[in-house]
Design a binder for this molecule. Structure first.
Ligand code: T46
Length: 185
């Protein structure tokens, strides 16, 4: 019913729920707490989010919330496709500053589990891309922080040139990894 595989950073996981296809289309249990626990993801989510990005090359991120509102996230694409990225910002982690990048799409049905301690963001690969994602802590504007999506130190192979990115004002001026306070030890 559920396939869970590690990415290059083991704590960041690709989750692929089974799809039951027939002549009408398909059915899939996209989240089942018991099955996620059995697969090793015992996270209690409290909020669902949904965003639509109209243009290809829309970049949202890299975002995270600091404690006591730090969030684990479970991201899926319900229309279009994204390159989804998680950057390890846990200072004592052996993979600090490293990232996992995975293509998620409505077609492949893949989800990405991003634990607490990671900055998360994506770039859209198709127009009118919609994502829905679960988070394990409520939104807190005061605890909402970011990391520069195009920080060369991160070495993320985004599918667009910096000048092509469609960004929020906030995301056009996030700190680099070198400038980032130590939010996670
Ligand atoms: C995240 C969030 C935002 N908002 C409000 C705050 C702003 O007035 C408006 C847009 O927020 P923002 O520009 O931060 O939205 P995104 O750029 O899509 O942010 C998200 O993008 C990346 C991919 C993430 O991983 C985070 O979940 C989240 O930060 O929605 C809320 O009311 N609740 C929320 O949980």
């Amino acid at each position: 019913m559920l396939s869970v595989e590690p990415t290059i950073i083991p704590e960041v996981k690709i989750v692929t729920p089974r799809r039951f296809g027939d002549h009408r289309g398909f059915f899939s249990e996209t989240y089942n707490r018991q099955r996620f626990i059995e697969a090793g993801i015992d996270t209690e989510f409290v909020q669902d989010n949904h965003s639509l990005s109209a243009a290809v090359g829309t970049v949202r991120g890299l975002h995270f919330q600091s404690e006591p509102f730090a969030q684990a996230k479970l991201i899926r694409v319900v229309r279009g496709s994204i390159l989804d990225v998680a950057v390890d910002i846990r200072r004592s982690s052996p993979t600090y500053g490293r990232h996992a990048a995975v293509e998620l799409s409505a077609e492949n049905g893949r989800q990405l589990f991003v634990p607490i301690g990671f900055a998360h963001g994506f770039c859209t690969l198709e127009p009118n891309t919609e994502i829905q994602y679960k988070v394990s802590a409520y939104y807190s504007a005061a605890n909402d922080h970011g990391l520069a999506w195009n920080d060369p130190e991160l070495g993320i192979a985004w599918p667009i040139a910096p000048a092509e990115a469609i960004l929020s004002d906030k995301d056009s001026r996030q700190p680099t990894l070198a400038e980032l306070p130590a939010y996670f030890s």
